[in-house]
Design a protein around this ligand. Sequence first.
Ligand code: D3A
Length: 437
Amino acid sequence: MWLAFTQAHAQAAEKTLATCKNKMELLKSVTHPTEFWALLKFQYGGGKDHIMPKVDESSLSSDMKRCLELLNLTSRSFAAVIQALDSELRPAVCIFYLVLRALDTLEDDMSIPVDKKTTLLKQFYTYLYDKDWRFMESTEKDKVVLEEFQVISAEFRQLKPVFQDVIADIAKKMGEGMTKFLVDKVGTMAQWDEYCHYVAGLVGIGLSRLFSASGLEGEEVGKDEGLANSLGLLLQKTNIIRDYLEDVRKGREFWPKEAWSKYTTELTDFQMPRNLDQAVPCLNVLITNALKHVPDVLTYMSRIRNQSVFNFCAIPQTMAVATLAACYNNKAVFSSVVKIRKGQAVDLMMRSNNMVNVRSVFFQYIGQICTLLYSDPTIPEGVTTWELVADIRAQCVEGLGYNLDSGSILQKTSVQVVGVATVIAMGIAYYGGYFVS
Ligand code: D3A
């Protein structure tokens, strides 16, 4: 009774807090009409239920229910997107996510000596078949996934063998790969790609294989590892760029030395206001490098046929491109964490539902970088960025023209004319000397 009373109060307090938070978010977006409208539609117009439908959990085993709770504990927003996947994929992706979260928690835990951690990471995939394995010594925020690993591994063993094989194979390769970067930091740009491949590219590859194995996507999606890898690299590089401050404060370095050593002798120096003139060009170089994965992402997304898989893949990608646009040439990366507004995030979620909308999101946010470059020709490293963003925008527009379902020649032609005109204008501005690094 007492418990019920306090639980009811806690729930009421949580609801009130959430309502206040929602109102605050609405206020933040009040000067951005599209976002304001998106927030209203999402909260009150059924948008939320459309993207994140409520799932009936009554038929699930108690272990699976606990896995869903763990998923919600470790990533509330992502949990909703995973639960919106069609039923064949939902449990497999949920377990894959928790297994990866456990591996990641081991990798991040600085309290585990390197020798012990190396063994744990390399052996990790075998623990999926060991009903007794769990790890009680972690000091990390998400340690619960290691402490309750028996529940996760029990559900793993309930999955279809084809799903089990994909998850175990990726966990094996990822654990092995992570050990290469336990002592040595990321040096060259090639090593940056290699590190991001182990921690996120392999996720893209594994998920793509799960999509195909479920029958919801064709074989091609699971077989093209290059494209799937690019999805992971764009996400991981975006996180690494955005989280500069948080990481250096925790004594971690994920920015590649080959890039930052051209501007400073210590990566930590970028935090100091007097070094911003060196920090920002390096930031721009890394963002340009991350944006190189965008063409692959567009090709990958254009192959996805199932609506729930499409939303699941597109939401993180549109958010990543919006984050990169917010970080570009932005000194704030070195003094705080640059985040997109909730209104913006909701607008992105609602527009991550088909290829035409995804292309228009990419076009818009890459356009934000173009506008910056256009308005300030002295932006450091701007010329290389310019060449790339012009290409990406052309690809977005080209795709838009050919994917318009209504198919009127006039419509397609007008989109192409606007696209070509934009690219020509960019070219004239560039070669006319408006952009100098
Ligand atoms: C590359 O992995 C994919 C993917 O490949 C085909 C498809 C969808 C999602 C992911 C990927 C992912 O997305 C998250 C991520 C970043 C780095 C690794 N991952 C990852 C780990 C495990 C799985 C899938 Cl199963 C992106 C992410 O975590 N977020 C946080 C929540 C955000 C979206 C981005 C949503 C929000 O509301 O803020």
